[in-house]
Design a protein around this ligand. Structure first.
Ligand code: COA
Length: 269
């Protein structure tokens, strides 16, 4: 389906979408507040991902922050100031819902972290399937210094990516780590220089989206399903998903291309 992004030009205040071939670059643009996540930004993220899910021409998403200083410096601290027990739960649930939408997205999502990824910003990056960073990127969960804790899925997802010991250390100390340590921890897959950061991030995603979209989608589903369930059930899911791909047009194309020593052209069927 060809989707028009006219709505994005008019409705969005804090986000922009740029389509480059099969990649959609989604940029959070609230630079004066280091791209901090206020309620409006979170709503726009939801709106944009719902819109992108309907566009079959888009095969992968890059999520980034405007400028070289910050990816996202956290939830908007000004908004946090007014929370009480009830509204705190509502806010946390809203963030969790939107970030789960990203995690469950049917196309690969890469967070291109071009500066601070703190608090909710790190949680947002963790909800993406993969992360790449600029050399100057800084990562941390400073919430405890504000008397709160991560509430948009961070305590659940960080340990899955870097292991429980490191996750406890980062969450309880509130200390930031740099890009090299983040790469060493497996928190980011690659570190790029800041000059060609966006194009290097697109190349990184390009290595994924050249493959069959159906295969990518189902592999992601199996990988995440296995996080939440027992091995025996995860293997049943993997078996079912593998069966769904077997005999697909893309499978035939991939195998023919290999045998004919050419590059495959996948159609997502
Ligand atoms: N929420 C709201 N505003 C934020 C913000 C956030 N999470 N992070 C930064 N800002 C705002 C600052 O208040 C400042 O606004 P102002 O110019 O109107 O005063 C602006 O962004 C620039 O930030 P500033 O603190 O001046 O930049 P810095 O280079 O001195 O410091 C940080 C950068 C990231 C170390 C610092 O901004 C910071 O600690 N931010 C909060 C990080 C945090 O605790 N996040 C988790 C929230 S749960």
């Amino acid at each position: 389906m060809l989707v028009s992004y006219e709505w994005a030009m008019t409705d969005l205040v804090y986000l922009s979408i740029a389509i480059d071939g099969k990649i959609a670059v989604v940029t959070i643009n609230r630079q004066d507040k280091l791209n901090a996540l206020n309620l409006a930004v979170i709503k726009e993220i939801e709106q944009v991902f719902i819109g992108l899910s309907e566009d079959d021409d888009v095969r992968g998403i890059i999520l980034t922050g405007e400028g070289k200083k910050a990816f996202v410096a956290g939830a908007d601290i000004g908004e946090l100031a007014d929370l009480n027990r009830q509204t705190g739960r509502v806010q946390s649930k809203r963030g969790q819902r939107v970030f789960s939408l990203i995690e469950n997205f049917s196309k690969p999502v890469v967070a291109a972290i071009n500066g601070y990824a703190l608090g909710g910003g790190l949680e947002l990056a963790l909800s993406c399937h993969l992360r790449v960073a600029s050399r100057t990127a800084r990562f941390g969960f400073p919430e405890v210094s504000l008397g709160i804790m991560p509430g948009f899925g961070g305590t659940v997802r960080l340990s899955r990516v870097i292991g429980l010991g490191r996750a406890i250390e980062m969450t309880l100390t509130g200390d930031m780590i740099g890009a090299d340590k983040a790469e060493n921890f497996g928190l980011v897959s690659a570190v790029f220089g800041s000059d060609d950061f966006l194009s290097d991030s697109k190349d990184f995603l390009g290595r994924i989206i050249r493959h069959s979209p159906g295969a990518i989608q189902k592999a992601l589903r199996s990988l995440y399903f296995a996080q939440d369930t027992r091995t025996v059930e995860a293997l049943v899911m993997e078996n079912d998903l593998f069966g769904q791909l077997s005999g697909s047009e893309d499978m035939r194309e991939g195998i023919s291309a290999f045998l004919e020593k050419r590059k495959p052209v996948f159609k997502g069927k």
